[in-house]
Write a protein that binds this ligand. Structure first.
Ligand code: NAX
Length: 324
């Protein structure tokens, strides 16, 4: 039998985790023959609720779960963790400015980045889901000087999957027929879902749908999908966010043929200078990713990319004191 993989999940009592934990326990992320040890982190007021979640995990009698514990101490949760899913974050409260939200979360992610640096497995992979995800990931990696920045990413896969879903519906196709679709930039309403290079069943997407729909409908629908889910459901995306986190981590670790969207440290590719976590088209293999180069960007794409880059640089400014 394979050695268990230690998976640390923060915000274990939250709504995304209520789907995420059970799907990981069932083998959806690491495969049906990979045992896991689940290490769940919560804040003290949520420990009772976390205990309830753990009782349910126990009651599922998952064959793959070889260990399970909950804690409010980051250094315990991340001890020897191979995979860290940073889901827990402080939500935007009433009257809170975006800068207040950045600051409140910056404190959480600097503490967690340090704990990951000191306690997690040296080759751990870290995926930040909690918002503002890109800048939270930047803070976490800045506080983990012993780890490579490329061990950290922020989740753009939900935006990617939302884009696939919308294009497939419009083109009367199936998500598996779509290639070369990706989302650039920030996980926010400035993100740029790009279908200019996409193929639907081998045909350029912009021959299957009209450009007006792409610019006027598709882009805003994807950018505002999170708000639309809240309007419809009365709660934010949870199962789809968990599913995206599983997709991203599975593909990062196991590899994938397709081009995917992943927010990773900018390295100058496509003119995005280092210092921010930016979503690029990537390909993954064996726990590594590579930014796919060479896609031509027209003036429209460049202006959208500039807008989302500008937002990320201003988020960075707001937390500059926490970056090393
Ligand atoms: P919930 O509010 O249901 O759960 C968050 C949980 O995190 C709570 O149980 C809370 O006690 C816990 N928490 C807060 N601070 C913590 C800390 N310092 N350490 C450990 N746990 C802590 O939110 P949920 O719907 O599960 O969403 C979680 C995060 O994902 C939010 O920040 C949300 O905005 C973000 N999202 C990110 C998405 C993405 O694509 N990157 C999409 C979905 C989601 O909106």
């Amino acid at each position: 039998m394979k050695q268990p993989v230690r998976v640390a999940i923060t915000g274990g009592a939250g709504q995304i985790s209520y789907s995420l934990i059970f799907r990981i326990a069932a083998g959806d992320m690491l495969g049906p023959d990979q045992p896991v040890i689940l290490q769940l982190l919560e804040i003290p007021p949520a420990l009772d609720a976390l205990n309830g979640v753990m009782m349910e995990v126990t009651d599922c009698a998952f064959p793959l779960v070889h260990g399970l514990f909950g804690t409010d101490k980051p250094e315990e949760a991340f001890a020897d963790a191979d995979i860290c899913l940073l889901v827990g974050a402080k939500p935007r409260g009433q009257g809170m400015e975006r800068s207040d939200l950045l600051k409140a979360n910056a404190d959480i992610f600097s503490v967690q980045g340090k704990a990951i640096n000191d306690k997690a497995a040296p080759d751990a992979r870290v995926l930040v889901v909690g918002n503002p995800a890109n800048t939270n990931a930047l803070i976490a990696l800045s506080n983990a000087p012993d780890m490579a920045p490329t061990q950290f990413s922020a989740m753009m896969r939900l935006d990617h999957n939302r884009s696939l879903g919308q294009l497939a519906l419009k083109a009367d196709s199936h998500v598996t027929d779509i290639d070369n679709l990706f989302v650039w930039g920030n996980h926010s309403s400035t993100q740029f879902p790009d279908i200019q290079h996409a193929l639907v069943g081998g045909t350029p997407a912009l021959e299957c749908v009209d450009r007006d729909w792409y610019e006027q409908s598709f882009i805003p629908i994807v950018q505002k999908r999170g708000a639309a889910i809240i309007d419809a459901r009365g709660a934010s995306s949870a199962a789809s966010a968990a599913s995206a986190a599983i997709d991203q981590m599975r593909d990062w670790i196991q590899g994938s043929q397709s081009i995917l969207s992943m927010a990773v440290p900018a390295d100058g590719s496509y003119g995005i200078e280092p210092g921010i976590m930016f979503s690029f088209p990537v390909q993954c293999r064996d726990g590594e990713y590579e930014i796919v180069q060479g896609f031509e960007l027209d003036d429209f794409a460049r202006s959208k990319i500039n807008e989302t880059e500008k937002e990320l640089r201003s988020e960075r400014e707001a937390v500059a004191h926490l970056l090393s």
